[in-house]
Design a protein around this ligand. Structure first.
Ligand SMILES: C[S@@+](CC[C@H](N)C(=O)[O-])C[C@H]1O[C@@H](n2cnc3c(N)ncnc32)[C@H](O)[C@@H]1O
Length: 325
C-alpha cells in the first residue's frame, strides 16, 4: 500500500497541465510517467522472468561485484514499475525492498507487480532530491535509468548517502552517456524518418501506422525531451558522486555494438503496426542484441574508450561511521 499522505495517480493530464509541464521537468516527469505507467512494462518488454532477472543481476554485478549479498534491505529511486528491484529480489540479491518514484502511478504498478510475485516490498511516492526515509535506513540504494531525469544529481546522491547505513552501497545503472546519447538519437531520428517515409509507398501500406498514432508518438517524444535532463561523461559522474561524499566510487560503461543496432531496431518497432512484429522477428532482435552485447563485453570493452559506450553505471559506498574507522 502507498502511504495515505502520498499523492494519487493522474493518468489523464489536462491540456493546461501538459502545457505547464513544458517549463517544469518534475511536473513533466509525473504527468509523463503517470500516463505511461499502465502500459510501461509492455512498451519496454519488461518481464519478471528469467530473461529480465538475468539482465538485472548481470548489470548490477558488472558494476558492484558480488560482495555483501544478499543485501538485507534495499530501496529503489525512480523504480518505475519495479523492473530493477523486483528482478534483483527474484535473483536472490536483496531480501526486503522499498520502491519509490516521483510518479504515483508508477509506485502503484510496482506494488501491484511485487504483490503478484509474492515479494516483501513497500512503496512511497518520493522525489529523489528529498527522500522520505530517515537517516541510515538501508543497506543498498539502487536505480535504473533515473539519474538522467533528476534536476540536481549531486543533491540526490547526497540524499542517497544520508538514507544509506554507514558502509552501505548505491548502484545506479542504465544511464545514457553523452556520446552514446548523441549517436542513439541520430540513429533513432533517421530510422523514424526512413520508416515513416518508406511505408507511405502504396505497396507497403500494411506496414504504415495510422497517422493519429504517429502524431501521438511525436507529441509524447516532445514531452520526453523535457523529462530527459542529462547525459553523463563517466569521469564527470564519478566526480559528482565523490563530491556528494561517497567513497570507493566506480563508473563502468556497456553497450556499444548492441546500442548501434538496438536503437534503429527499437525505433523501427515503434514506427510500424505491432501485429507486424512476429515472434520470429522478436526472437531475431533479442538474439542479435545478446550476441552484440557479448561482443561488447568480451572484445570491444577492451579496445573502445569507455565514454563511447551507450550506458553508464555507477557505484559507491557511504563512508563507515567514525567509530568503525
Ligand atoms: C525511465 S523511467 C525508469 C523506470 C525504471 N527504473 C526502469 O528502469 O524501468 C524513470 C523513472 O524515474 C522517475 N523519476 C523522474 N524524476 C524523478 C525524481 N526527481 N525522483 C524520483 N523519481 C523520478 C520517473 O517517474 C520514472 O518512473
Amino acid at each position: 500500500m502507498t502511504d495515505v499522505t502520498d499523492p494519487v495517480p493522474n493518468p489523464h493530464a489536462t491540456a493546461e497541465q501538459v502545457q505547464a509541464a513544458f517549463g517544469d521537468p518534475k511536473l513533466a516527469n509525473v504527468l509523463y510517467h503517470d500516463w505511461e505507467a499502465g502500459t510501461y512494462d509492455e512498451k519496454w518488454s519488461i518481464s519478471y522472468d528469467e530473461r529480465c532477472i538475468t539482465y538485472a543481476t548481470d548489470v548490477f554485478t558488472a558494476v558492484a561485484g558480488e560482495q555483501d549479498q544478499p543485501y538485507p534491505t534495499a530501496m529503489e529511486l525512480g523504480s518505475g514499475t519495479g523492473f530493477f528491484l523486483l528482478n534483483l529480489m527474484q535473483g536472490g540479491l536483496i531480501k526486503r525492498g522499498s520502491v519509490t518514484d516521483l510518479s504515483p502511478g508508477m509506485v502503484q504498478v510496482a506494488l501491484r507487480n511485487a504483490e503478484k510475485l509474492g515479494l516483501d516490498v513497500d512503496g512511497r511516492v518520493a522525489d529523489a532530491e528529498r527522500i522520505p526515509y530517515p537517516d541510515n535506513s538501508f543497506d543498498l540504494v539502487i536505480g535504473h535509468a533515473v539519474l538522467h531525469h533528476i534536476p540536481d544529481v549531486r543533491a540526490a546522491l547526497r540524499e542517497v548517502l544520508r538514507v544509506l547505513k554507514p558502509g552501505g552501497r548505491f548502484v545506479f545503472c542504465g544511464e545514457p552517456t553523452k556520446i552514446g546519447d548523441t549517436y542513439a538519437r541520430k540513429l533513432g531520428q533517421l530510422t523514424w524518418w526512413l520508416t515513416t517515409k518508406v511505408t507511405r509507398l502504396p505497396a507497403l501500406s500494411a506496414w504504415r501506422r495510422p497517422q493519429e498514432e504517429l502524431d501521438e508518438s511525436s507529441r509524447a517524444a516532445a514531452l520526453e525531451a523535457v523529462v530527459d535532463l542529462h547525459t553523463f561523461d563517466p569521469a564527470d559522474l564519478e566526480r559528482t558522486a565523490l563530491g556528494a561524499g561517497a567513497i570507493d566510487v566506480r563508473a563502468v560503461t556497456e553497450e556499444f555494438a548492441a546500442a548501434l543496432a538496438g536503437w534503429p531496431i527499437r525505433t523501427f518497432e515503434a514506427a510500424v503496426p505491432q501485429e507486424k512484429l512476429t515472434l520470429r522477428w522478436r526472437l531475431f532482435a533479442y538474439k542479435l542484441w545478446l550476441q552484440l552485447s557479448a561482443l561488447d563485453k568480451k572484445l570491444l570493452s577492451k579496445v573502445v574508450p569507455r565514454q563511447l559506450f551507450y550506458n553508464v553505471m555507477i557505484t559507491g559506498v557511504k563512508p563507515p561511521a567514525a567509530t568503525e574507522l
